[in-house]
Design a protein around this ligand. Structure first.
Ligand code: CA
Ligand code: CA
Ligand code: CA
Length: 184
């Protein structure tokens, strides 16, 4: 059962994915998203780039397979929310779609390769992905649960899972893409 908060979060993701703003998600939008993400990686960093591209393609295929109108290759907002809830957040699907993107993203952002994200490394994500940077300090503070000044791999994963799966309005992971009150 999807809660209002999850609907709000999925709506936000829908709006983000709909790169050309026409109210539908198509393969074109997904490819643009994949480009945005892979641009975060070093030129030579094929491993993380392909993890992210693969994640977006898997996500798109899950949407296509679960869509109602098989005659059209586009997904509207209500259907996106339905499929997110019914299909994408199921553990094995979540892993091949969102999980791949998260692994690749973490690897791409972790420039010094120490396995965790410094504030500097983390903030680059905001700049490059078009997330309003005004809240990045607050988000970093919340996601760094043990306050050691770095977002560890586990903390990053936990944030992602909470973002997509948690119905708790106070879950730190909700801050991943900025404060909830800016999500329209
Ligand atoms: Ca679109
Ligand atoms: Ca690092
Ligand atoms: Ca930490």
């Amino acid at each position: 059962m999807t809660t209002d908060l999850q609907v709000k979060k999925f709506s936000y993701v829908f709006k983000w994915f709909d790169q050309n703003g026409d109210g539908w998600i198509t393969q074109d939008d997904i490819e643009k998203m994949a480009k945005l993400f892979t641009a975060l990686a070093d030129e030579a960093d094929q491993k993380n780039k392909s993890a992210m591209s693969q994640g977006f393609m898997n996500w798109w295929n899950l949407l296509l397979e679960a869509r109602e109108d098989k005659a059209s290759e586009k997904i509207g907002k209500q259907e996106f929310i339905r499929i997110m809830d019914a299909v994408v957040i199921a553990p094995k699907n979540f892993e091949i779609a969102v999980g791949n993107i998260v692994e690749g993203l973490l690897g791409a952002l972790d420039r010094d390769g120490n396995g965790s994200l410094s504030k500097e490394e983390y903030v680059r994500m905001y700049d490059e992905l078009g997330i309003p940077p005004t809240t990045s300090t607050e988000a970093f503070r919340r996601l760094d649960r043990d306050s050691d000044g770095e977002i560890s791999r586990a903390e990053f994963h936990q944030a992602l899972f909470e973002y997509y799966l948690s119905a708790d309005p106070n879950a730190p992971g909700n801050w991943l893409l900025g404060p909830m009150d800016v999500l329209k």
